[in-house]
Design a protein around this ligand. Structure first.
Ligand SMILES: C[S@@+](CC[C@H](N)C(=O)[O-])C[C@H]1O[C@@H](n2cnc3c(N)ncnc32)[C@H](O)[C@@H]1O
Length: 297
């Protein structure tokens, strides 16, 4: 048993189910109780917050959704350097967990573009956010991902971001490269660099596999059991049935990928709590993953 305690037992059971069910079946089973809960516990009136059934992009619950968002907001301001006039591209924005707290911060001169391969999440964001905040816009990418969009028609390695070069101050990918293979990550980094302004920054989170993480996983102390190596893709997963459920990338490889893309990593990396590192209390959930900030060279 890798995870201990009741919460972690639940993670174990979920992980075991995911290893046998196809992704659409797993996602349908996972969401159905929340559709019922939406009736009993709808989103609080007057607040922009998605129903529980749509909160598939992280832990579900109104309090935890808000708390995750607050952490990301603080991080954007204090660590990334976002300002009211910034232009931000958030790839894999989900259902706006890290977007909503920015609504009253970005000024009318700022711009936020959210993109995701989950059409339902994008639809909710467009309807509930853009209507009141026109400088927050959302687009669906019909990119294939075995876990999040198994019917997607475009391979991730063929993504072309529909923006001219030098368009954004910041590109964010929160917990997106944790679901993608190395070759596709390289392509996304190349595209992200292209659309960044010359002074632009990219912030992304990962499960980085390095000697420390390997020791923690092997000893059963890591949050995720990322012990399956995929020879063809040269990366790690906790779920060989649907590897995109959770992917770990070799840190050495990733450093090379940033260099090849023309991105300079801000050192030190903010290695995450998932593999037993102590992380700042105010970023405990965000920095559960390894966070990499890099500047366009
Ligand atoms: C764990 S959720 C994180 C959502 C959001 N970034 C957050 O941190 O709250 C992962 C998101 O990445 C999206 N995603 C997965 N593969 C993607 C890809 N190849 N391109 C863009 N988004 C992708 C999923 O649809 C999902 O919304």
């Amino acid at each position: 048993m890798i995870y201990q305690g009741w919460g972690n037992r639940l993670l174990n059971i979920t992980a075991a189910i995911k290893r046998v069910l196809p992704a659409p079946a797993f996602n349908a089973v996972r969401s159905s109780p929340y559709k019922l809960r939406d009736l009993i516990q709808p989103p609080p009136a007057g607040e922009i917050i998605p129903p529980l059934s749509l909160q598939t992009d992280g832990p579900r619950g109104f309090d935890i959704f808000r708390a995750n968002g607050r952490e990301a907001y603080q991080y954007y301001l204090s660590e990334v350097g976002v300002k009211p006039g910034s232009r931000i591209l958030d790839i894999g924005c989900g259902v706006g967990r890290k977007t909503i707290p920015l609504l009253n911060y970005l000024g009318s001169e700022g711009l936020y573009v959210g993109m995701d391969i989950d059409a339902n999440a994008v639809k909710w964001c467009s309807r509930n956010i853009t209507a009141e905040h026109p400088n927050f816009v959302f687009f669906t990418l019909d990119i294939f991902n075995k876990f999040y969009n198994p019917a997607g028609r475009i391979e991730p390695a063929n993504l072309v971001l529909p923006f001219p070069d030098d368009s954004f101050d910041y590109v964010a990918l929160w917990s997106v490269f944790t679901h993608m293979y190395p070759g596709d990550v390289q392509h996304y980094l190349d595209e992200a660099r292209r659309v960044l302004k010359p002074s632009g920054r990219i912030v992304a989170s990962y499960y980085l596999i390095n000697p420390h993480a390997k020791t923690e996983v092997a000893a059963g102390r890591a949050l995720w059991d990322v012990r399956f190596y995929l020879d063809a893709q040269k990366c790690w997963t906790n779920n060989p049935n649907i590897p995109e459920d959770l992917i770990g990338l070799e840190e050495d490889w990733l450093r090379g990928a940033y260099e090849r893309a023309g991105l300079r990593i801000a050192e030190p990396l903010q290695l995450g709590g998932w593999a037993g590192r102590i992380v700042p209390d105010q970023f405990r959930s965000l920095n559960s993953q390894d966070i990499v900030i890099a500047d366009k060279i």
